[in-house]
Design a protein around this ligand. Structure first.
Ligand code: SF4
Ligand code: SF4
Length: 164
């Protein structure tokens, strides 16, 4: 049994998740959430846990990372709660407490290594060639200076260390 922590809502508000206070638990968000259809993730429940200040439960849960930020819930919420902002704020708090879902960390590592969150492998290169495109897309992958600049930014902001 975890004790509610009313002070957490202040921490969440400071992180950009102030909208959690507006949720009146109607469940419309969960009803339309595509992630919730294939996982145990329930966005309504997450909002309630945030209101109650169940910080440790939230930041330790895989559920926090199941949202795809598709915004379906936000379009339907009768209270106009900025739900995705709340999810992102909760994730930022989790990361600040040393908790990041491995798949998300891997995505960040791809950005550091390739300048892309999805790696361009040999299969993708072959498919691009078949379509008559350059094997390497005209992004940081084809521009050494842009890749070097990105690397400086990722280092300076602490992003590299975060996803090590
Ligand atoms: S739809 Fe909006 S008000 Fe209803 S439970 Fe979800 S976040 Fe709360
Ligand atoms: S933004 Fe996240 S919580 Fe909202 S419907 Fe999409 S996956 Fe579900």
């Amino acid at each position: 049994m975890v004790a509610p922590n009313p002070e957490f809502i202040s921490e969440l508000s400071a992180a950009g998740g102030d909208g959690a206070k507006m949720c009146f638990q109607c469940g419309t968000c969960t009803a339309g959430c595509p992630s919730g259809k294939i996982t145990a993730y329930r966005i309504r429940k997450l909002m309630r846990m945030a209101q109650l200040g169940l910080k440790e439960d939230i930041i330790s849960s895989e559920d926090l990372w199941q949202c795809t930020t598709c915004y379906t819930c936000e379009e339907r919420c009768p209270r106009g709660v900025p739900i995705v902002d709340v999810v992102i704020a909760l994730r930022n708090i989790a990361v600040a407490n040393g908790k990041m879902f491995p798949a998300h960390k891997k995505t960040g590592q791809n950005l550091v290594a390739y300048g892309h969150t999805v790696a361009i492998n040999d299969k993708i290169k072959a498919q691009r060639k078949e379509l008559g495109l350059d094997e390497v897309p005209p992004t940081v992958l084809a521009n050494e200076k842009a890749m070097a600049d990105l690397s400086v930014i990722l280092e300076a902001t602490g992003f590299k260390k975060l996803v090590e």
